[in-house]
Design a protein around this ligand. Structure first.
Ligand code: CP
Length: 336
């Protein structure tokens, strides 16, 4: 039987515990290249408080009541869009979901006009996914609403990287000294780029591994300039996985690839698929992660995707708490 206290806890009027947000300084969240370790820790701590809300019978707090969150997606999405929308509703924000393929964009309306229209309708926060790298940066320059980048072209996907870091932290206690192997289509992966910034800021060593044709040109020079000693580039899968604490295969982004980057899918599977024998090279406790969507049987074998070391579904679950934390912090920042 539920006690009166439990009954009271399940009402919408229950609020969050006191959370210090003094460190927060972001009006927008565009990527993790300008996040300090302390700021990422702050997101993690607030995500812990949000995860506690999600354990309650009524998974809702009034924290963002009166705020309007608009999701604006110019590209398909399952996880990011659904979890941002759930996150906003769990915080009692008013939500509007704009599918660009069914909006006035199809009548020729520009990105800027669409953004200004949404702002004129009262949006406080716009969660935006766009096929062109840099589109959220243009938005952030021109409007007062806060922009959260939900993925721009090949460039960045900061909320995905934060939920990946959160998931690793929950299982391994932290990222300091951990070896994280990100494998596959590095060139077209905004997840790899944002994770490279965020995970190294948190003290991990990141190994980016893929066929030479799927590594971005200039990657080694970029690392030498910005992340010397913290990021390695590898083309041999076995070397990348050996003693890794985290193994993260990526989907081949055929929608972004020019033809001719791979000799054949069969050869890719032979050389780069994460299967059980290859996973055995990693540390025994190694986590298998994937940002999704997965192509099982290509970058990852079904038995690894659903095996005991896989935390892929948990990543999706954690995405709601992490995105609640981001919406909370951005909204708090707007009030101060
Ligand atoms: N990881 C990710 O961005 O998934 P969706 O495309 O389904 O949002």
């Amino acid at each position: 039987m539920r006690s009166a206290e439990q009954g009271a806890r399940s009402t919408i009027s229950e609020t969050l515990p006191p959370l210090s947000t003094a460190l927060w300084r972001h009006h927008h969240v565009l990527d993790l290249d300008d996040f300090s370790r302390e700021e990422i820790e702050l997101v993690m701590d607030i995500a812990d408080a949000m995860a506690e809300v999600l354990q309650r019978e009524v998974k809702r707090v009034p924290t963002l009541r009166g705020k309007t969150v608009v999701t604006m997606f110019y590209e398909p999405s399952t996880r990011t869009r659904a979890s941002f929308e759930l996150a906003a509703k769990n915080l009692s924000a008013d939500t509007v979901s704009l599918d660009a393929t069914r909006s006035s964009v199809t009548k020729g309306e520009s990105l800027l006009d669409t953004l200004l229209t949404i702002q004129a309708l009262g949006a406080d926060i716009i969660v935006m996914r766009h096929q062109h790298s840099g589109a959220p940066y243009i938005a952030a320059r021109h409007i007062n609403a806060s922009i959260i980048n939900a993925g721009d072209g090949w460039h960045a996907h900061p909320s995905q990287a934060l939920l990946d870091i959160y998931t690793i932290r929950k299982h391994l206690g932290g990222l300091v000294g951990r070896k994280i192997a990100i494998i596959g289509d590095i060139m077209h992966s905004r997840v790899a780029r944002s994770n490279m910034w965020g995970m190294t800021t948190m003290g991990a060593k990141v190994v980016l591994c893929g066929p030479p044709t799927l590594l971005p040109p200039g990657l080694k020079e970029f690392i030498a300039r910005y992340r010397q000693g913290q990021v390695e580039v590898e083309t041999e899968l076995e070397k990348a996985i050996r003693d890794a604490d985290v193994v993260m295969p990526l989907r081949l982004q055929t929608e972004r690839q020019q033809s001719g980057l791979l000799p054949s899918l069969r050869e890719y599977v032979q050389l780069y698929q994460i299967n059980k024998p290859r996973l055995s090279l990693a540390r025994p406790h190694a986590l298998v992660m994937h940002p999704g969507p997965m192509n099982e049987g290509i970058e990852i074998s079904p038995e690894v995707a659903r095996g005991a070391q896989s935390v892929i579904e948990e990543q999706v679950t954690n995405g709601v708490a992490v995105r609640m934390a981001l919406l909370y912090l951005v909204a708090r920042g707007r009030n101060e």
